[in-house]
Design a protein around this ligand. Structure first.
Ligand code: UGA
Length: 441
């Protein structure tokens, strides 16, 4: 493999992990970001967010001279053979993603390139965005640019692992030059076993949306099923296991609970829905996915109300504030939305989270930050498991029972063992499974 000179534009979750991973496999990478404070922190080895294994990967890249961070586009882009566009594409109120940062990145490449380049979209963008990127790049007549789409499938919390050992790499390009260069660029990862898909650009752009939408669909299906289970006395976890034993269905992403959140699924669903409409197809199934997701959260609020009657004057402990375990990210976190709903209804809410506590409190004024699950449970009339951090599945239930005002647990992630919880003296309300009365002492 030839070591390439790469500029990665945008040092957010995708960009930073991509830059560090490309440096790790032997390329020379500049991580470019227009946030001067973020660049200075990265140069000093301080990560802007927590991600398992990232610190070590970035440290090794910087120490080995394969990875540098910069804020100056001129110096960073000049000399690069490949540019990865990893800037943010936040949702607009109508669901369409805001692609201004993508346009700026393409303009910067057009302006500062010092040679022919391959420009790669890695940010999740609507299908046909490459045509706009190509148009912006064509305004520079000095060099030839090939545009490719190389969507990222990494999960927060497992991003480093997903980048270094992905199950697949997808490259969409319309020229043999771009395909050849990117196939070679990823050679060490493909040789280690990743499946490699080479497609046209539009297929790659759309495939990313299709994947995220389908995963969200599976979660919403499980949540709809949970409602039917609750009405009939069936067990959604057992049904998910039975469904999952069929390889055509698969067990993953069939966990009913508080619904999906995070920076990707809600935004990508809205973006996919609006681009389908723009292209003339009314993909209304996607609306149902979002509706079922909202209902999943409402169902848990309903359970707290059903357990406590009035919420004014009640204290609720919420375990988990991040949008999922293994991350400190609270963007579009269902757990935080739940805490907000309970507070609006008059409850006093004490939340705990192993990683996201301080950002959660900053985002939701009035939320009380508890120092761990036992503090969150202290004096609570009800405890809700809102994010499935593994440590919340191994609580000392006797200790929790001792400190609570009323021993009620609402398990919005089906993390606990129903019989154990009931045996420990709790009224237990899981999701899509039969509730348990406290076992007689
Ligand atoms: C998701 C995709 O899994 C990645 O493949 C993709 O690259 C990424 O979005 C992206 O587009 O950048 P991520 O947002 O990190 O990754 O989170 P997931 O692990 O997919 O979880 C999303 C949400 O679904 C979480 O709130 C999680 O709690 C929820 N979830 C997941 C369920 O409610 N039930 C499940 O069975 C699985």
């Amino acid at each position: 493999m030839r070591s390439r000179r790469i500029v990665v534009i945008g040092a957010g979750h995708v960009g930073l992990v991509t830059a560090a991973a490309l440096a790790h496999i032997g390329h020379h990478v500049v991580g470019l970001d227009d946030d001067a404070a973020k660049v200075a922190a990265l140069q000093a080895g301080v990560m802007p967010f927590y991600e398992e294994g990232l610190q070590a990967l970035v440290d090794a890249g910087q120490a080995g001279g394969h990875l540098v961070f910069a804020g100056n586009p001129e110096a960073s882009i000049a000399g690069a053979e490949v540019a990865f566009i990893c800037v943010g594409t936040p949702g607009r109120p109508n669901g369409e993603p805001n692609l201004v940062a993508v346009e700026h990145a393409a303009s910067a490449v057009a302006r500062w390139a010092s040679r022919d380049m391959v420009v790669v979209e890695k940010s999740t963008v609507p299908v046909q965005t490459a045509e706009w990127v190509r148009l912006v790049l064509s305004r520079s007549t000095r060099h030839r640019f090939e545009v490719a789409s190389n969507p990222e499938f990494l999960r927060e919390g497992a991003a480093v692992e997903d980048s270094l050992r992905p199950d697949r790499i997808l490259v969409g390009a319309d020229s043999a030059v771009a395909h050849g260069l990117l196939r070679e660029l990823y050679a060490p990862i493909v040789d280690a076993g990743a499946q490699y898909f080479a497609t046209d650009v539009a297929t790659a752009e759309l495939a990313k949306h299709a994947c995220n939408a389908f995963l969200a669909l599976k979660i919403s299906f499980a949540n709809g099923l949970a409602r039917v289970c609750e009405a009939s006395g069936a067990d959604v976890v057992a049904i998910a296991d039975i469904m999952g034993a069929d390889p055509r269905i698969g067990r993953a992403f069939l966990n009913a609970g508080l619904g999906y959140g995070g920076f990707c699924f809600p935004k990508d669903l809205a973006a996919f829905r609006s681009q389908a409409t723009r292209l003339g197809y009314d993909f209304s199934l996607l609306d149902e996915v979002v509706k079922l997701n909202d209902e999943a959260l409402d169902a848990i609020v309903g359970k707290v109300r059903a357990a406590l009657w009035n919420l004014e004057g009640k204290r609720v402990g919420v375990l988990g504030l991040a949008f999922k375990p293994g991350t400190d990210d609270i963007r579009d976190s269902p757990a935080l939305r739940l805490a907000g709903h309970l507070m609006e209804a008059g409850a006093q809410v004490a939340g705990a989270d192993p990683a996201a506590g301080s950002s959660a409190v900053a985002a939701l004024p009035g939320l009380e930050l508890a120092d761990g699950p036992y503090a969150a449970a202290t004096g609570a009339h009800c405890l809700v498991v809102a994010t499935d951090w593994p440590e919340y599945g191994a609580l000392d239930l006797a200790r929790i029972r001792e400190v609570m005002a009323i021993p009620i647990i609402i398990d919005a992630r089906n993390l606990l063992d129903p019989e154990e919880v009931a045996a420990a003296g709790f009224a237990y309300y899981p999701t899509g499974r039969p509730p348990q009365k406290p076992a007689a002492a």
